[in-house]
Design a protein around this ligand. Structure first.
Ligand code: C2O
Ligand code: CU
Length: 506
């Protein structure tokens, strides 16, 4: 039997939940009769415009696009081995789909318009159904004009729990969002502009945790937290410094990794990437410690403070085991693996690159709230001197994979690679550009086996690998999930600018 059974009835009638909202989105556990007796979870997601309080007072609410009226959308939480059925209703004024990022779903459930399904028309509905094969931290988002639909707030966490989760005091999800807000507090509507596409994408000016500019996060001395970080930003890369705390990485992109302190002490997350951390709260009662994002040099800002309660929970950190049980991933055989070269090219080159932070909202940036290290992850005006120049440059494809810039709009994406099913494959990616690219493969997780010719220490499983400028990264996996799968950069403006392709498993 395939590990990826097709849903019996993908469009079967579905019991609508009377009320919307995060809590009511989860219907009670149901049993599905028949061969597949796995517990079934039914969820309703409605994508529609809404308003949400992103920035703190005195800002008012911001118009956004929401699932079930909230940003992020409701946290969908199921147990490994359960089956999930999600009825998605399109209340937007344009077509949409939902992609289950990192989840190894059957191809028809992957949510890629014109490749795995017809887009969900305005006012229409599509029912996704798949098994939760891997435990871990995943997320969902549209795959239709993602640079705008995700950028306006359409995303949410999907947590698949281990049958026996490791022991912690609290299991916490932080959905990291990045917004380009104007002075009015509304979202700048310059989506997909040429400058963003040709540079490092739509990096915003306001970072949120779970849809809010945070001030502090209450903790207690001695507390152990499993922190699930999800980078849902269009383009922002995070490098989080935990202020003297020593987070231990236990999973990357949902997949367990041998527990370790992050290289360089900071947790680096490109767009779409996730990390599960164990954070022991080692600060003193009544103290505060600032988590700082240090990725962009000179643009460090305080993300949030850990605020310690006056009473400790316990005097020292617990010594509970941290190792997560492995997921049922097939092990690639490097001796028999096919070898495939992939070269990434395009984008603007030159010495401005490292500091250039993309199109600025200029004088429209939120007034008094802005400035380095101001509370809540709101940062300074990142004006780009190159902006004006770039706007004048010709349009056309910006990014290429093996010389080809895919055009999503044309709906013809011939496979760039065809991989033999159930066989092992290595893809060697060379980043011949001056920019970072978080490269994502659908339908599979892969081992990252080398960087610049050096074997990686942990051969981590990922579904999105951050490839640095000029870096060469090798990944390996068994192509056990048949179908046509997207392979693209998750800087959504790079994807829109051509940095995508289709890998066929047949
Ligand atoms: Cu998270 Cu192709 O997407
Ligand atoms: Cu990219």
């Amino acid at each position: 039997m395939s590990r990826f059974p097709m849903p019996a009835l993908t469009r079967r009638a579905f019991v609508a939940s009377a009320a919307a909202g995060a809590a009511s989105a989860m219907l009670p556990l149901l049993r599905q009769p028949g061969a597949n007796a796995a517990a079934m979870r039914e969820v309703r997601l409605r994508a529609a415009p809404g308003r949400t309080q992103l920035a703190p007072e005195p800002f008012g609410e911001t118009s956004a696009w929401c699932y079930n009226g909230t940003v992020p959308g409701p946290e969908i939480r199921v147990r490994q081995g359960e089956r999930l059925r999600v009825a998605v209703e399109n209340g937007l004024a344009e077509e949409t789909t939902v992609h289950w990022h990192g989840v190894r779903v059957p191809n028809a459930m992957d949510g890629v318009p014109h490749l795995t399904q017809a887009p969900i028309a305005v006012g229409e509905r599509f029912v996704y159904e798949f098994d939760a094969v891997d435990a871990g931290t995943f997320w969902y988002h549209p795959h239709q004009r993602g640079f705008e639909q995700v950028g306006r707030g359409l995303y949410g966490p999907l947590i698949i729990e281990e049958p026996e989760p490791i022991r912690v005091d609290r299991d916490v999800t932080w959905v990291l969002g990045d917004w380009r807000l104007m002075k009015s507090g509304e979202i700048s509507d310059d989506f997909g502009n040429r400058h963003d596409i040709h540079h490092n994408g739509r990096v915003g000016n306001t970072v949120t945790i779970n849809g809010r500019v945070p001030d502090s996060f209450a903790v207690r001395k001695g507390e152990r937290i499993r922190l699930r970080l999800i980078n849902t930003a269009n383009a922002r890369i995070f490098s989080l410094d935990f202020a003297g705390h020593e987070p231990i990485v236990i999973a990357l992109d949902g997949q367990p990794v041998s527990p370790h302190a992050p290289d360089g002490g900071q947790v680096v997350l490109g767009p779409a990437m996730r990390a599960d951390l164990i954070v022991d709260m080692t600060g003193e009662p009544g103290s505060r410690a600032s988590i700082v994002d240090r990725f962009y040099q000179g643009l460090e800002y305080r993300l949030v403070d850990l605020a310690y309660a006056d009473a400790p929970l316990r005097e020292r950190a617990p010594d509970w085991p941290m190792e997560l049980p492995a997921n049922p991933l097939p092990e690639p055989d490097l001796n028999t693996a096919s070898r495939n070269e992939v070269v990434l090219t395009g984008g603007m080159m030159g010495e401005m690159v490292a500091q250039d932070m993309g199109e600025s909202v200029g004088p429209g940036a939120p007034g008094g709230m802005m400035g380095d290290m101001k509370p809540g992850g709101m940062m300074g005006d990142m004006n780009s001197m190159m902006g004006g120049m770039m706007r004048m440059m010709n349009s056309g494809a910006a990014w290429f994979i093996n010389g080809v810039a895919a055009d999503e709009g044309s709906h013809v994406m011939k496979p760039m690679l065809t991989l033999a099913r159930d066989k092992s494959h290595v893809i060697a990616m060379t980043n011949a550009t001056a920019w970072h690219h978080p490269m994502h493969l659908h339908g599979h997780s892969f081992r990252v086996i080398s960087r610049n010719g050096q074997p990686t220490r942990r051969r981590e499983w990922q579904d999105t690998v951050l490839v640095s400028p000029r870096e060469k990264v090798e990944i390996a996996f068994v192509a056990d999930n048949p179908g046509d799968w997207m392979f693209h950069c998750h800087v959504l403006e790079h994807q829109a600018g051509g940095m995508m392709g289709v890998i066929r498993v047949a």
